[in-house]
Design a protein around this ligand. Sequence first.
Ligand code: RB5
Length: 150
Amino acid sequence: MRIAFGSDHAGASLKAELLAYAQELGHEVSDFGGGEDGPVDYPVYAFAVAKAVARGEYDRGILICGTGLGMSIAANKVPGVRAALCHECYTARMSREHNDANILCLGQRVLGPGLAREVLRVFLSTPFSQGASHVRRLAMISAEEGAALR
Ligand code: RB5
């Protein structure tokens, strides 16, 4: 898969580690940057990655800040994005099976690198279930996004 990574200063070192891990897993990765040289504002990187995913240029996005909260709040403002904040594997799996999440948000100050790698691996390897009820609910979200723009 094509995966876009972004971070702020509080997520830059975990981003570097996970980017290398995603490459090891065989994915094509791009680094949208963020925070390598000091404090930056997370919305800049959240919007850049989220828009690239929404445009279909990437299959998934990974956004990392201190808690993952700012990244998830910002990314979910972009129509077509379903960003999931996951700090353990069950939620990561369900974010894919039930919610067809296309962006994973993580907090570098919340989880260690070993768990982060596992959460990433589960997020990247779990397919959407395609269940009718889940498809219907996601369509409701898409419809609301369209309505909100009018
Ligand atoms: C930066 O200190 C921190 O606020 C940011 O990385 C993030 O956790 C915000 O949600």
